[in-house]
Design a protein around this ligand. Structure first.
Ligand code: NAD
Length: 256
């Protein structure tokens, strides 16, 4: 018995990183998965490998969402879950951030999450789930990522309101707040075919040893297990909540 047997789940930004690991784990737990991304080659190849459906979905485009929901329902007959995972990060001090860059981050991270809820909620079976990917920076500040942090704070607001509005149908809506996770977002060397990924992870572990109580960067598989918990019946009485997964980073500082 899988924890998601018979359930149909759309995962955005699933061609790589955390979304990819969520797609792999959800399939292994019995879900039919719709892998959605703008990286068509990677997304299609992952979907083929794990026996999922691929759809091209730019999360900032409402028409793409309608097409993705239709594709999921045509392929599987019903829809039970959504993981709003797609996201982008840009580095700039707020005073140096061009408006276009700010709006680009808002469009993907915040509008994407809003359109996901808006498009999927009416089609979700009663008892369905939505998991939104916020961030450590959705609950605290971090210099040089102001646009990103603003959108991740907004995702927690969307999560709480959606949880209130959908609870009468038994639909649960929660958010994940990962700290630093070893994907291309925190570790761009993963995108360089000539880079040694293991060496880069070691270097990041060394960096995060100083910052994070558990002494290393997080792994995308660990976030996938939280997404599974929030999507399956193990979390049946939980809705409207942010879940920090950060190796203890937010717990406080140690002065000794
Ligand atoms: P990643 O860059 O490997 O993955 C992001 C995915 O989103 C990619 O597959 C990308 O193609 C996709 N994407 C980007 N724009 C899109 C769009 N307009 N429409 C559809 N898909 C789009 O990074 P990741 O770490 O796997 O990121 C997953 C989520 O986790 C993001 O929301 C990110 O903000 C969040 N997050 C990451 C970290 C971290 O340290 N890696 C920490 C906290 C939160």
């Amino acid at each position: 018995m899988g924890k998601l047997d018979g359930r149909v789940v759309i995962i955005t930004g699933a061609a790589r990183g955390q979304g990819e690991q969520e797609a792999r784990l959800f399939r292994a737990e019995g879900a039919a998965v719709v892998v959605a991304d703008v990286l068509d080659d990677q997304g299609e190849s992952l979907a083929k490998e794990i026996g999922a459906t691929y759809v091209h979905l730019d999360v900032g485009e409402e028409a793409d969402w309608q097409a993705a929901v239709t594709a999921a329902k045509e392929a599987h007959g019903h829809l039970d879950g959504l993981v709003n995972n797609a996201g982008i990060l840009r580095f700039n001090a707020l005073a140096d951030t061009p408006l276009d860059e700010f709006m680009q981050v808002v469009r993907v991270n915040q509008v994407g999450c809003f359109l996901g809820i808006k498009s999927v909620a009416p089609e979700l079976a009663d008892g369905g789930t939505i998991v939104n990917t916020a961030s450590y920076t959705g609950v605290t500040g971090m210099a040089a990522v102001g646009a990103y942090a603003a959108t991740k704070h907004a995702i927690l607001g969307l999560t709480r309101v959606a949880a209130l509005e959908l609870a009468h149908r038994g639909i649960r809506v929660n958010a994940m707040c990962p700290g630093a996770i070893d994907t291309a977002m925190s570790n761009p060397a993963q995108l360089d075919p000539n880079a040694d990924a293991a060496e880069m992870t070691d270097a990041l572990d060394a960096l995060y040893r100083k910052l994070v109580p558990l002494g290393r960067i997080g792994r995308p598989e660990e976030v996938a297990r939280l997404a599974l918990f929030l999507t399956c019946a193990d979390s049946s009485y939980i809705t409207g909540q942010p879940f920090v997964i950060d190796g203890g980073w937010l717990a406080g500082v140690s002065v000794v």
